[in-house]
Ligand binder design. Sequence first.
Ligand code: SF4
Length: 211
Amino acid sequence: MEQKPNDATPFLPEKRTLDALREAGAGCRGCHLWRGATQTVFGEGLKRSRLMLVGEQPGDKEDRAGRPFVGPAGKELDRGLEAAGIPRDDAYLTNVVKHFKFEERGSRRIHQTPKRFEIEACKPWLAAELQVVEPEALVFLGATAAKAMLGSSFRVTQHRGELLDSELAPIVAATIHPSAILRQRDDASRQAERTAFAEDLGVVAEALGQA
Ligand code: SF4
């Protein structure tokens, strides 16, 4: 197969199991992002998960731990899931981009939004995860993930918490990335965003309950 300059496809294993994907993902060099990062942060969860949550990319803590959603945004995600009555262990958690993209400022590593070519390069991993897990419900967390899979004209602010018509899964929705809660200026705004986030997840929980 001819390899495009930025493309994870040649690194995908023939065997499509989560273990095989995770193992192969560790060696992905499908774009340049592996160079600065500590490790590939692959999706986490069971093959039989009914719900898949897709974020943008691992953050600083996730990069070090090698696991998705274990940092401050992950704690907000846990709160939202709990409020919506969804046990975290029932969900498969992943990102559209599997390596941490950042800029160094002194000793700090500051998140940088991945560019379109980096997202496109990494998408074969998410496509393979979807193929293996086949979730009943798929939720995009934040604009980067939602636009990557639903089209660049998709607006999370306009359609958050709605059940969307998509062939990706029977139930598809989008909401904010939980890191947006942390970026709010004061406690009242943070609390309001937390509540709205939990409500968006609640819509999906309810749809799953009826499925
Ligand atoms: S970001 Fe994705 S495509 Fe790029 S090296 Fe990492 S796993 Fe491969």
